[in-house]
Design a protein around this ligand. Structure first.
Ligand SMILES: N[C@@H](CCC(=O)N[C@@H](CS)C(=O)NCC(=O)O)C(=O)O
Length: 199
């Protein structure tokens, strides 16, 4: 399987960690989404990473869908099947991914919009989404199962990416999440290799 990714992407890091956890081999293909390369667009018409090309030539995209596919391929190694645990895991994953979505939009506002066109109230709105998400995550992490799941990889990827783009925010504002993040590499040593890295 080939995965279009970039070193900094939290969503790609989540998929790469999930694959490693499931012992699934991925060939990484570096992609610059800003350039809209043809090979990426054939794998994902939305032009986003991560995008996966399967061995049969089919494609999959959106990190949650790709992780669910890995889960199906491996007989449930990433998502518990019991309804209560399933709910807890998928809710944390959706919240972590949604926080990443909101914060990435604030980064793009700086990166892609000319300075005189930036709209601070919109940035503030995205930041409030992220902050509310982080607040509820502090309570939600208590309900996660001990074994590693897509929720763990989504959280670790988000926090690893925040380390690059919003350094210090987690420790200053959400110490319980910062502690969870500090403990994560001992549960998943490959994190040091697969964590989001500044490109
Ligand atoms: N919901 C998607 C989000 C993917 C996403 O936003 N990826 C970013 C990089 S971290 C991207 O490709 N941005 C380029 C763009 O939006 O054009 C997922 O979970 O895979």
């Amino acid at each position: 399987m080939r995965l279009f990714y970039s070193p900094a992407s939290p969503f790609a890091a989540k998929v790469r960690m999930a694959a490693q956890h499931c012992d699934l081999a991925l060939d990484g293909v570096l992609a610059d989404t800003a350039a809209e390369p043809d090979d990426l667009l054939s794998a994902n018409p939305l032009g986003k990473i991560p995008a996966l090309v399967l061995d049969d030539g089919g494609v999959l995209y959106d990190s949650a869908v790709i992780c669910d596919y890995f889960d199906k391929m491996t007989g449930g190694q990433l998502v518990p099947q019991g309804i209560d645990e399933w709910r807890a895991v998928k809710l944390v994953e959706a919240t972590a991914d949604g926080i990443a979505d909101a914060l990435i939009l604030t980064v793009y506002e700086d990166r892609y919009r000319p300075e005189d066109k930036r709209h601070q109230p919109w940035v503030d709105k995205q930041t409030r989404k992220a902050d509310r998400g982080l607040e509820v995550l502090e309570a939600m992490i208590a309900d996660l199962p001990d074994r590693l799941t897509t929720a763990h990889f989504a959280l670790a990827s988000l926090f690893g990416w925040m380390d690059i783009r919003f350094a210090g925010k987690l420790a200053a504002e959400r110490p319980a999440l910062a502690k969870w993040y500090a403990d994560f590499p001992s549960a998943f040593p490959a994190f040091e290799d697969l964590r989001p890295k500044a490109g």
